[in-house]
Every structure is written in C-alpha cells, then in structure tokens.
Design a protein around this ligand. Structure first.
Ligand code: TMP
Length: 211
C-alpha cells in the first residue's frame, strides 16, 4: 500500500508522518518512510538546490524538471522496490505537490504537469493521499517559527519566503485536486491539536489497510 501526505507549509506533515509510522509499526506492518524531494541520493542533492534561498533565480521550468528528476529516480530506486517487497510506503509529498506548487502556485499548465508526473512515476500511483488542510497564513506562521527555532531558514527557506498569495493558491490547488480525486484523497483539518489530527490520519489509513 502506497500512502502520500500533502499540505501547505506548516501543516504538520512531519509530526503526523512520524505518528503514522509508529502506528503502522505497532500494527505489525513493515513501513518505508520517505520523502520528496530528497528520498534518494540524487534527491538529497536536488533538495539542497531546490530549497536553498541561494536558488532564488531558478527558472520555474528548471525547478519543475528538478522535482520531476527527483521523483523519477526516487520511484525507481526506493518506492517501487519497497512496494514490490510488500512494505507500506509512506511518502512525504508526491505528484500532488507538483500540481499544487508548480501549477497553482507558479502558474504552469496543470494538464501538462499531470502528463509529466505520469512520465516520472511510470505507473506508481498512491492508493491513498492524505491532505492536511490548513489556512495558508496559519501554516506559514507555524513554519516560520519552526525554521527560526531550528535555524534552517537559510538552508531550506525558499518556499516560506514566497508571499501569502502563493501559499493561498497552493492550498486552493490541493483542495481542487482532492475534489477531482475523491476516491484517492482524504482531507483532514490540520488546525486541531496533533493528537486529534493523528487519530483522523490513522482512521483513514487503517480503514484501507486490509488484512
Ligand atoms: P518539505 O519537504 O519541507 O515539505 O519541503 C519541500 C518543499 O518543496 C515544499 O515547499 C514544497 C516544495 N515542492 C514543490 O514545489 N514541488 C514538488 O513537486 C515537491 C515534491 C515539493
């Protein structure tokens, strides 16, 4: 089973993914926890480029192809083999991030992005996508506080530096994707305390786990 988590900056994905993996382990399910960008060696190099504020001059199309390159290599090297060996794969961001950020955020053509995503993933599609939905302004202030505390603003702050409008479009993009793929998406309100969000996430995942 392949589960992806999506959401705007500060929506609490990292916390929820950790909790979800702990619950899967407790249920005796072997898990591969991974992320995009940065779930394989090539991806870690690409992540450093993509998220650095030094890359502020990166062209929108160049940015797109770096995310797609990360995705193609990550699917081939990590996700497909893990699924084939019977693991539950939990991936922090996947195809929907490209549609939400490069499509709704940057303004690239969504239909084209959908086709390019299909090339990158070569048929490896999520069984379930959890969207942690949060008001963009609330998410941004959470993300800023986290980055400040961790001292990561300079190394991974490129998207947080985008204006609120950008993040509001990203959120709208996610909600449009969820409406277009109601079978695959479960939308969870990320505003409540983490315990409540975790309970909703586990409900969504365990309902689809099967034997
Ligand atoms: P995160 O892993 O800390 O959530 O950060 C990844 C950043 O990269 C986040 O701002 C969203 C962005 N992103 C895209 O713009 N397009 C993509 O396809 C992916 C996977 C991430």
């Amino acid at each position: 089973m392949f589960v992806t988590l999506e959401g705007v900056e500060g929506s609490g994905k990292s916390t929820q993914i950790e909790r979800l993996c702990a619950s899967l382990n407790a249920a005796g399910r072997p898990v591969t926890l991974t992320r995009q960008p940065g779930g394989c060696e090539l991806g870690r190099t690409l992540r450093a480029i993509l998220l650095s504020q030094k890359s502020s001059g990166l062209d929108d199309r160049a940015e797109l192809f770096l995310y797609l390159a990360d995705r193609a290599q990550h699917v081939a090297e990590v996700i497909r083999p893990a699924l084939e060996s019977g693991q539950v794969v939990v991936c922090d961001r996947y195809i929907d991030s490209t549609v939400a950020y490069q499509g709704y955020g940057r303004g690239l053509d969504v239909a084209l992005l959908t086709r390019l995503n299909a090339v990158a993933v070569a048929g490896v599609l999520p069984d379930l996508t959890i969207l942690l939905d949060l008001d963009a302004a609330a998410g941004l202030s959470r993300a800023m506080a986290r980055n400040h505390a961790a001292g990561t603003a300079a190394s991974e702050g490129r998207f947080e530096a985008e204006h609120l409008d950008f993040h509001t479009r990203v959120r709208r993009g996610y909600l449009a994707l969820a409406a277009a793929h109601p079978q695959r998406f479960v939308v969870i309100d990320a505003a409540p305390v983490p315990e409540l969000v975790a309970r909703a996430v586990w409900q969504a995942v365990s309902a689809r786990l099967g034997g």
